[in-house]
Design a protein around this ligand. Sequence first.
Ligand SMILES: [Ca+2]
Ligand SMILES: [Ca+2]
Ligand SMILES: [Ca+2]
Length: 226
Amino acid sequence: MLPSKKWFMAIVGAFCGVLAVSTAQGNLLSDAGFENGIDPLPGLPPVVGPPFSPGFWGAELGGEVPAEFSVTPLAGNYMLYMENEGGIVTQTFQAVNVTSYAGMIDAGLAVASLAAFYNAQGGFAGVTTAPGLLFFAGINDWGSPLGSTFANFTLDASPNTWEPYVLSAPVPPLTRWIVVQLGYVDATLPFGTRAYVDESSLRVIPEPGSLALLAFGAGTLLLRRR
Ligand SMILES: [Ca+2]
Ligand SMILES: [Ca+2]
Ligand SMILES: [Ca+2]
């Protein structure tokens, strides 16, 4: 038997409601647009500790600058730059306390979504960027992550375009801290040149399966109340 129209509308309405709530989750990153104009940024040790310190960016070799080298910030007046630090990946980190999401995380229903825009002066060959998410149970746990996920992508050759990137991963249960990595692969970043990031965000959202379940539950509840 097909569900009635009333049923259908109740489910659709509940789903839209849950979806609206989940997508309205705030950006958990501080200085997400790199508008503080700090150059150079502090190093990584103040961020990853131990203990973790939230609320600011730490960079191996980078800072927040206005337009330069034919690259203009995607938004606002400043953007993050990084330079080859002589290792494998040049990294910029921020530690985020996600304790307020503990219920959803420990139930295995949370997804972390990192988004940012990348750009460079162009002409680099091969994989150029390495965004990442690292998950930790405690404030002193830098050496023992619960899990991590990294991804790579390659920029276009134009300094006039900002390439969007989204990295999503399930948040391991017991996670209380997420360290965000914005990175550039050093092999593709010639010494003395700069590559950029702007408009970053980290959101912790219900995973799609749990959204559907929630919507179904809410829809059922709505019907029962009638
Ligand atoms: Ca900016
Ligand atoms: Ca490095
Ligand atoms: Ca570009």
